[in-house]
Design a protein around this ligand. Structure first.
Ligand code: PHE
Ligand code: NA
Length: 460
């Protein structure tokens, strides 16, 4: 059902390492990079937040990605069953399969709002192609976005279209055609981001945007901001919930997990930073608010597309590619659940996809309503921490700031302390003993300590 082995059969020219990198980057690169990273960076004051985020990627994200892929390759099946097999083989508690269970819950919650945001991008494809950005100003673009959020039916329509796309692809099974598409479209997305950065450079405020991103001002960093940065490192790399485990189960034995994980993480980080470099100069050039929230890219980029030459074409292409990037991530959220349905219940792929897809779609309605009719519904406001949070806010918070770091913590404890050491050494085949020891040290102490300290600080 997944990426690696199909490609091996149908495309003998591709190395299997490349196939995995494409599938994993397809999962990693998405709305997290282009929609979420810029707006949470804006909300959390810029440079210092970005620095913490980068540290989290390097010290926590990459080691956990290595650990996850390693579990997947050794277990060779869906996350829950991989965990089951590994625990059995090394004589450990069956409870470890809860990592897989938690991951599936997180997949459902994330996909339900991810699809609504994917719907925003879909509707902006039409807006751009219809020339609606041309000659616009901050006010008209702001109104365009405001009107979209205020209209539950339009949001529901695009959310439905997005889910149907995802369901259609997952129901057919991930094919090599999918990978071919990622292989072509990722570089195009990359090139378009470079065009946008180029445009940002032509404004008078490029230096302001650059400084905002890369000049740390620690007085702006809060403990909540540190948790957000940590959570986003997990979200953006698709970690802590078994997605990389599922993809790792298709990775051939002779491929270096370390090199591959580092490549995927670097690609993901570069895309996020490019998005930031494209957006913040526009924010300052147009006198917008960096902390404007989830609408940030939808309120800035259209201004640029409306002004630059070829803007209709570039804008339409950009939002199409944003949809594609979102779809390839969404697939990786639905796929493990469907795989589990197939393994566990003997349900056919089509039925499994339809059931899971329908549940996610229904759950997405809560996010749609959070943006308008229910924007004042704050289900957990009895807890101070969750005061003022809508369903959408809560889904986002619980997954990125809670379930994913917790999953990551358990994964690093599992590999660092419980899984057979010999197996770890074989899987990683890091020739250098010292490098292996250093990696294990990070997994045993650094990663768990960092996640726990951030958790404890935030609870206190
Ligand atoms: N990493 C994806 C993004 O940045 C989102 C995602 C999270 C995908 C978790 C799969 C699992 O857009
Ligand atoms: Na990402």
């Amino acid at each position: 059902s997944a990426a690696g082995d199909n490609t091996k059969k149908d495309h003998p020219l591709w190395s299997s390492r490349m196939a995995f990198i494409l599938a994993a980057s397809g999962s990693a690169v998405g709305l997290g990079n282009i929609w979420k990273f810029p707006y949470i960076t804006g909300e959390n004051g810029g440079g210092a937040f970005v620095l913490v985020y980068l540290l989290c990627i390097a010290l926590i994200g990459i080691p956990i990605m290595i650990a996850e892929v390693m579990i997947g390759r050794r277990g060779g099946s869906s996350p829950i069953n991989s965990m089951r097999q590994l625990a059995q083989r090394d004589g450990l508690s069956k409870r470890w399969i809860w990592i897989g269970g938690m991951g599936m819950l997180a997949s459902f919650l994330i996909l339900s709002f991810y699809s609504v945001i994917g719907g925003w991008a879909l509707s902006y494809v039409g807006n751009s192609a219809g020339g609606l950005f041309v000659g616009s100003d901050t006010e008209t673009i702001g109104a365009m976005f405001g009107n979209l959020l205020a209209d539950p039916y339009t949001l529901l329509l695009w959310h439905s279209v997005f889910m149907v796309l995802v369901i259609m692809i997952v129901a057919r099974g991930l094919s090599s055609g999918m990978e071919k598409a990622i292989n072509i479209l990722m570089p195009v997305l990359f090139a378009l981001l470079l065009v946008m950065v180029g445009y940002a450079m032509s404004t008078d405020n490029f230096a302001d945007g650059f400084k905002f991103l890369f000049q740390p001002d620690f007085s702006k960093l809060t403990t909540e901001g540190v948790l957000t940065a940590l959570g986003h490192a997990f979200f953006t790399l698709s970690l802590g919930m078994g997605v990389m485990m599922a993809y790792g189960s298709y990775l051939p034995k002779n491929v270096s997990i370390v090199k591959t994980a580092v490549t995927v993480s670097v690609v993901d980080t570069v895309v996020a930073l490019l998005a930031g470099l494209a957006i913040f100069p526009l924010v300052f050039a147009n006198g917008l608010e960096a902390g404007a929230g989830p609408g940030l890219i939808f309120q800035t980029l259209p201004l640029a597309f409306g002004q630059m030459s070829g803007g209709v074409l570039f804008g339409t292409l950009f939002f199409i590619l944003l949809v594609v990037a979102a779809v390839t991530s969404a697939i990786s959220l639905l796929e493990p659940v469907v795989e589990w349905f197939e393994e566990q219940k003997g349900i056919s792929r089509l039925t499994g996809t339809l059931i899971a897809g329908f549940c996610v779609w229904g759950l997405g309605i809560l996010t749609v309503l959070s943006l308008n009719l229910w924007s004042d519904v704050h289900p957990l406001s009895m807890f101070e921490r969750f005061a003022g949070k809508t369903f959408f806010d809560l889904f986002d918070y619980f997954t990125a700031n809670l379930i994913m770091p917790l999953g990551g913590l358990l994964i690093s404890l599992f590999v660092g302390w419980f899984m057979s050491k010999q197996a770890g050494e074989n899987e990683l085949s890091i020739g250098n003993k010292l490098a292996y020891k250093a990696f294990m040290f990070v997994l045993r102490f650094i990663t768990p300590a960092a996640v726990m300290v951030v958790f404890i600080y935030n609870l206190a």
